[in-house]
Design a protein around this ligand. Structure first.
Ligand SMILES: [Zn+2]
Ligand SMILES: [Zn+2]
Length: 206
């Protein structure tokens, strides 16, 4: 029995769109709305605008610009690190990042921390200790998961998976997009550990 190989939620899967164009979205891209065939999206302003907003959100940012200005025009947005920046959609379509100040950073760490009543997950780049110290000062002193050296887009894609799973369960953030009541902790950890299993990473017991 032949079945298409499942490569994991964060891995690009080569597929062919209805019009016959090959493209390689990840399952997360498809769930968040950014996994569309860009040749079909083409220059249709409505499709481009929807795709751009979905892709920016998937990368942890938020489009501030109130309307579509065109593929080659800079649009205002805020990146996941809170930088206010201007980004040209066509360069994002070509696979570039959304923030110049964050360029060159690889989001290779995923973490889950907990306070008395809340749980917070997120991603960071390189050494996670400065970020974890900031959260600890904020009461998030329990490190439930800190996974370093993750490959490629795995950490951002895992973050998107967790966010979508929580939304599916009707769990709403209490603050920002990644602070949840502690009742969400088991679901978050199960998504994270399942994701790690898919890339063959051992879950460190903490
Ligand atoms: Zn197509
Ligand atoms: Zn940035």
């Amino acid at each position: 029995m032949m079945e298409p190989e499942w490569l994991g939620k964060a891995k690009p899967h080569r597929i062919i769109c209805r019009k016959g164009h090959p493209f390689s979205p990840t399952p997360n891209n498809i769930r968040t709305g950014s996994g569309r065939c860009l040749r079909c999206v083409g220059i249709d302003p409505v499709a481009c605008w929807e795709w751009f907003k979905a892709r920016v959100e998937e990368l942890g940012g938020l489009v501030v610009e109130s309307a579509w200005l065109g593929d080659g025009t800079a649009h205002q947005l805020i990146c996941r690190e809170g930088h206010q920046t201007k980004t040209i959609p066509s360069s994002v379509k070509q696979g570039q990042g959304i923030c110049r100040r964050c360029a060159g950073k690889t989001w290779d760490v995923f973490y889950v921390v907990e306070s008395a009543n809340h749980v917070k997950f997120g991603i960071t780049s390189g050494d996670p200790r400065p970020r974890l110290r900031t959260h600890a000062k904020d009461g998030f002193t329990v490190e439930l998961r800190v996974i370093r050296d993750l490959p490629g887009d795995f950490a951002p894609d895992l973050e998107a998976s967790v966010r979508l799973a929580l939304a599916d369960e009707g769990l709403k953030p209490v603050r920002g997009r990644e602070y949840f009541p502690s009742v969400a902790t088991p679901l978050i950890l199960s998504i994270v550990d399942q994701g790690l299993g898919e890339i063959g990473r051992q879950v460190a017991s903490l």
